[in-house]
Design a protein around this ligand. Structure first.
Ligand SMILES: NC(=O)c1ccc[n+]([C@@H]2O[C@H](COP(=O)([O-])OP(=O)(O)OC[C@H]3O[C@@H](n4cnc5c(N)ncnc54)[C@H](OP(=O)(O)O)[C@@H]3O)[C@@H](O)[C@H]2O)c1
Length: 250
């Protein structure tokens, strides 16, 4: 298979790259070239047919699109694109981000996905998959994660529309909403993360969603149910509850 993965240099993206390495042709994108370069060597040892790495900040849309055009020229058919690159501002600031910070989060977590896909979609075939890594944080917005939740909720809306748009071409759009998974992103959090999964537990569920073509897969289930129940209660009560949540220091 020809597989493109963004945010391959660490965390979830790196583990997915390892999982999909054997017998596949991988295109890996992220900013840290040294990490991609050492990963590439490892993936060849794991049995990858080929590994191409691209150093790019996905919010540099012009550079990203030059790369995707180059890949599309080389590969008439692409089997899977995993849009995984993402950032969070963390929860240590007061939540009211500067415009610059909010724009960066929206650019990386949301707009980059369309910049990535625009020139690649014509190379997708029947049965090709687009995997969009969103978050359970897209369902409910904490005051300290306005930028992150907004960007991921926009991604859900995008996924929903794209899925219907591409259905006649039998191209699958898989939107995945994980809760907390251990990774360099969550290692920075200094509060309790309910139901946090180990990296391997998280990856296992993501692969399950991909291989079973789940349209919108939310996990862990217990955390999703709690968040969903919160979204059903009246806004006035919910807002009071959210405001009352204290961030426990580790
Ligand atoms: N871990 C969780 O609990 C969790 C939960 C829900 C959703 N998610 C989502 O899962 C995805 C992966 O997160 P993770 O936990 O694996 O975090 P991570 O370890 O921090 O990895 C993030 C990846 O995205 C890349 N990236 C970040 N900004 C980029 C940019 N501007 N341009 C190109 N690449 C960029 C990073 O590579 P470089 O730094 O080399 O660029 C890195 O490879 C994210 O979309 C995140 O929102 C994570």
């Amino acid at each position: 298979m020809i597989i493109i993965i963004t945010g391959a240099s660490s965390g979830i993206g790196r583990e997915l790259s390892r999982y999909y390495a054997p017998n596949n042709n991988l295109y890996l994108l992220s900013r840290r070239e040294d990490k991609l370069s050492s990963l590439s060597k490892e993936l060849k040892l794991l049995g990858a047919n080929s590994v191409e790495i691209y150093q790019v900040d996905v919010s540099d849309f012009d550079k990203l699109q030059k790369i995707t055009q180059e890949i599309a020229q080389k590969e008439p058919i692409i089997d899977m694109i995993i849009a995984n690159a993402g950032i969070s501002l963390g929860h240590s600031h007061n939540g009211y981000s500067s415009f610059k910070d909010l724009k960066k989060v929206v650019d990386v977590n949301f707009l980059s996905v369309h910049a990535l896909l625009e020139h690649l979609i014509p190379s997708l075939n029947q049965g090709s998959k687009i995997v969009l890594i969103s978050s359970l944080a897209s369902i409910i917005t904490m005051p300290s994660s306005i930028a992150y939740s907004s960007s991921k909720r926009a991604l859900n809306a995008y996924a929903q529309g794209l899925r219907t748009l591409l259905k006649p071409n039998a191209i699958e759009v898989i939107n995945i909403l994980p809760g907390f998974i251990k990774s360099p992103m969550t290692d920075k959090n200094n509060f309790q993360m309910p139901f946090i999964l180990t990296t391997q537990q998280g990856i296992k569920r993501i692969i399950y969603a991909i291989e079973n073509s789940k349209r919108c897969y939310k996990f862990p289930k217990r955390f999703f149910i709690i968040i969903k129940l919160l979204s059903f209660i009246p806004i006035s009560i919910r807002d009071k509850f959210i405001a009352s949540l204290k961030k426990d220091k580790k």
